[in-house]
Design a binder for this molecule. Structure first.
Ligand SMILES: [Zn+2]
Ligand SMILES: [Zn+2]
Length: 321
């Protein structure tokens, strides 16, 4: 352990779609590394140069050991997009283990009224916070559609409401009926639509007096949804891209986007600002993240946990080392 690092006992670790992709060999990583990048934990040892944290502190951490320090992004303080960023869980060892060392500069203190289980969701919340608060924006009284009801979609829908949306529609498919659309309904999202049963474009037209959505958040990464985003927005509407497709290219309805003068923004990763906002919203309990935690399993049962997610029988599964 280096002087600027701390040793963390992992208390809860969340499984992300990225972990499933790595397990299936569909995402680049530096094997062999321990997977996992979403966690909460307790500091059990501090390096000699660490002054801001102490043994016993409850922490979460931005999922990396810092960037290269010299590229233009690192110099501009945009470490999260450094191409040499030492990301835990795919470039270097991650959190599906009892212990992890990280530099103190990556850490944030968990507010007292947030449990380890809730705090394990800070990373996906921070992803959404960067998307909706820094790269795209939810404007007052926006009519918002979220495409896809995985963890990011559900969080985006719940957070859009707290940011002032007047109405939020979230979409899923038959496969999401078992758990994820149910959770959407529990989270007080205004409309949870199964697109295999209902025409969401028609529905949004009806709900908006024929105008269309002010903002569409694409959180599915599915090619048909990406096309549909532009049918859903109003003229001068906005599209926020959060979902990854895993494809080299997907069809894009250029003319619809152009004729509607769509504003399109993408967001990836998270940063210090979005982490502080994520912890603030967790502490406020304005979103009930407990509804997103379908199951908590011991780390030894990780296979079962991965399978639950593959079958879409869970939103988030936490592993406890
Ligand atoms: Zn993740
Ligand atoms: Zn860099």
């Amino acid at each position: 352990m280096e002087g600027n690092e701390v040793l963390i006992r992992i208390r809860a670790a969340g499984i992300c779609g990225t972990d499933l992709h790595i397990d299936e060999g569909r995402f680049h990583c530096n094997p062999p590394v321990v997977l996992g990048h979403e966690f909460s934990g307790e500091i059990i040892e501090v390096g000699k140069d660490v002054s801001d944290f102490k043994i016993g502190d409850r922490v979460v951490a931005e999922a990396h050991k810092g960037g290269c320090g010299t590229c233009r992004y690192c110099q501009r303080g945009e470490v999260e997009v450094c191409t040499q960023k030492r990301a835990i869980g795919y470039r270097i060892h991650g959190c599906f283990a009892p212990l992890l060392t990280l530099p103190a500069s990556s850490l944030h203190i968990i507010p007292d009224n947030v449990t380890y289980e809730q705090a394990a969701l800070t990373e996906p919340i921070a992803i959404v916070m960067k998307g909706l608060g820094q790269k795209c924006s939810v404007e007052p009284e926006d009519f918002v559609v979220v495409l896809g009801c995985g963890p990011i979609g559900l969080l985006a829908a719940a957070i859009a409401k707290t940011l002032g949306a007047r109405s939020v529609v979230i979409t899923g498919t038959d496969r999401d009926e078992k758990v994820r659309l149910q959770v959407a309904r529990k989270l007080n999202i205004d409309y949870a639509v199964n697109v295999q049963e209902e025409d969401v474009v028609q529905k949004v037209k009806e709900l908006t007096d024929g105008v269309g959505a002010d903002l569409v958040i694409e959180a599915s990464g599915a090619a048909p949804a990406i096309q549909q985003a532009f049918d859903l927005i109003r003229i001068n509407g906005r599209v926020c891209g959060l979902g990854i497709t895993g494809e080299k290219a997907v069809p894009f309805p250029w003319d619809t986007a152009l004729l509607k003068a769509a504003e399109v923004n993408f967001s990836a990763s998270s940063n210090w600002t979005s982490w502080t906002r994520a912890l603030s919203i967790l502490s406020s309990h304005r979103i009930t993240v407990d509804d997103l935690i379908t199951k908590t399993l011991p780390l030894s049962q990780w296979k079962e946990a991965f399978d639950l997610l593959r079958r879409l029988e869970a939103v988030k599964v936490l592993l406890i080392p």
